[in-house]
Write a protein that binds this ligand. Structure first.
Ligand SMILES: [Zn+2]
Length: 150
């Protein structure tokens, strides 16, 4: 999926798990793009290029940063140093990213286990699923925004 879809899914996930906290939506959206730090061609990978190259060469794409282990470690670190809602939103954002990637490809979700999970798709299906997901997430976020304002 594209980084915008990962950001939207992270926002929705952060918002949902905290019962509608918009600050958590922002944290979830940020966390939702972090797993692609293992790809130097991704938006976040281009920002932190040396780290992206290191992660890609050492672990590969869609491995450790897309795993349940990574989400737990990030959650534990944030839990120790921030407010509880922040770790929960970040964990949800990372999970949303990994689950979203499983809709359009394989992810080593239980890294370091070798088995990958997900649906392999053609480039056309990749784009269609990504865009449909983005539309659904925009509808959800728009609806929640309207409900907040009413
Ligand atoms: Zn990814």
């Amino acid at each position: 999926m594209e980084w915008t879809t990962h950001c939207l899914s992270g926002m929705a996930a952060g918002h949902m798990v905290t019962g509608g906290d918009w600050r958590a939506a922002l944290v979830g959206g940020l966390a939702g793009v972090i797993p692609d730090l293992d790809d130097h061609k991704s938006k976040v990978g281009k920002v932190l290029l040396p780290l992206a190259y290191f992660l890609n060469k050492t672990f590969g794409h869609r491995t450790i940063t897309h795993s349940l282990l990574f989400a737990f470690l990030a959650g534990i670190i944030l839990y120790l140093f921030t407010d509880p809602w922040i770790w929960l939103a970040a964990f949800a954002g990372i999970m949303a990213h990994s689950l979203g990637d499983m809709l359009t490809g394989k992810v080593r979700f239980f890294y370091p286990a070798q088995k990958s999970f997900g649906i392999s798709t053609s480039p056309l299906m990749f784009n269609m699923i990504g865009r449909l997901t983005a539309i659904l997430l925009l509808v959800y976020i728009g609806r929640e925004t309207l409900m907040t304002l009413i």
